[in-house]
Design a protein around this ligand. Structure first.
Ligand SMILES: *Cc1c(COP(=O)(O)O)cnc(C)c1O
Length: 329
């Protein structure tokens, strides 16, 4: 299958906000958006997005994973950026209508339909740097995606940066474009210099996350990850893995830890990145102060594999959805 994010369904769901309210949503053929060059988003980055998946089961129906939690997160992102907050029922209806329309485009598991709601400020005013956009457009893109691990899970190499933050604390838990722009330079530099796949941002030694995924440590008994605060993105995959880990008898240890502790854990614990696109990806190597530190034997570990399968089994309809995470379409 083509590269993640490069193939799109024929339609988008779209709605505009003006005069203080959301207008009537519509399904429209996918086409370029027309926008005034003074649009608020182009100058002042008033934008946020979501990313989640729908799976097509053997019964021919689709199941959307944690739809309402993703919508709630988008509302929080919008609020933090002073964008008009999408109405939850409106956005849910847009997603459901789009998935129903494109249901025949959803490939069977482990492939899926990736959904990308996006909100942009469209007020035509380049003098509005210090003003909220009073007009906005919300659209949902749909993209069929293949299995991230086509040829089995590859272990990732992370550069451990104990100085820089991924973004500001103010926007750490907001899914907004500028955060990825901020992480891009360091990530490309780490790739060029060390062949690293991602940077693990650990400002002042506090282990936070990478450019677009949360970070977890796992052994036979426990899962360790940073507790929720405003410095990082509250991943739905992270939350789901923690809940399934607890179901399976792991102790779930949400606590802050330092780079020094991380380097100790590397001999006893598996390390993994979590996110919607790649689910749970094993980390095999850490680069710190120019030195490579193997995570255990550097190979994907059994607990990472077990937890990833536990989550995928729910998504694919192999295991029961005991947490009520799936919305049927
Ligand atoms: C989207 C994202 C994640 C993962 O969130 P999921 O809900 O698990 O997909 C983690 N970190 C960042 C910075 C993200 O943008």
């Amino acid at each position: 299958m083509a590269q993640f994010g490069t193939v799109f369904c024929d339609n988008i769901a779209i709605v505009h906000y003006k005069d203080g309210s959301w207008q009537q949503p519509a399904l429209e053929p996918l086409a370029p958006l027309s926008m005034h060059p003074a649009a608020h988003v182009l100058h002042y980055a008033s934008t946020c997005f979501e990313g989640f998946k729908a799976y097509r089961w053997d019964d021919g129906k689709a199941r959307i994973f944690r739809l309402h939690d993703h919508i709630a997160r988008m509302q929080r992102s919008a609020e933090s950026l002073c964008l008009p907050i999408p109405d939850a029922d409106l956005l849910a209806t847009m997603v459901l209508d789009l998935v129903a329309r494109q249901i025949d485009d959803i490939p069977a598991p482990p492939s899926s339909l990736y959904l990308r709601p996006t909100l942009i400020g469209t007020l035509e005013n380049i003098g509005a740097a210090a003003a909220a956009t009073t007009e906005a457009t919300l659209f949902v893109l749909a993209s069929p995606v293949g299995d991230y691990f086509g040829d089995g899970a590859q272990s990732l190499k992370l550069l451990v940066d104990d100085q820089r933050a991924r973004t500001t604390e103010q926007l750490g838990s907001t899914k907004t474009g500028g955060n990825y722009a901020a992480a891009l330079g360091p990530t490309l530099a780490a790739k060029a210099r060390y062949g690293a796949d991602q940077v693990l941002f650990c400002p002042n030694g506090d282990v936070q996350e990478t450019g677009a995924a949360n970070f977890l440590l796992i052994n036979d008994f426990e899962v360790i990850t940073k507790p929720l605060d405003t410095s990082f993105l509250h991943g739905m995959t992270r939350d789901s893995i923690l809940k399934l880990a607890a179901d399976l008898g792991y102790s779930v240890n949400e606590r802050n830890f330092t780079v020094d502790e991380l380097l100790h854990f590397a001999s006893s614990h598996e390390a993994a990145l979590s996110g919607t696109a790649a689910c749970l990806s094993p980390v095999g190597c850490l680069v710190y102060n120019g030195e490579e530190i193997m995570v255990r034997d550097g190979k994907p570990g059994p607990n990472t594999q077990r937890l990833r399968s536990a989550l995928q089994d729910v998504q694919y309809g192999i295991a029961p959805d005991s947490h009520g995470w799936l919305t049927e379409v």
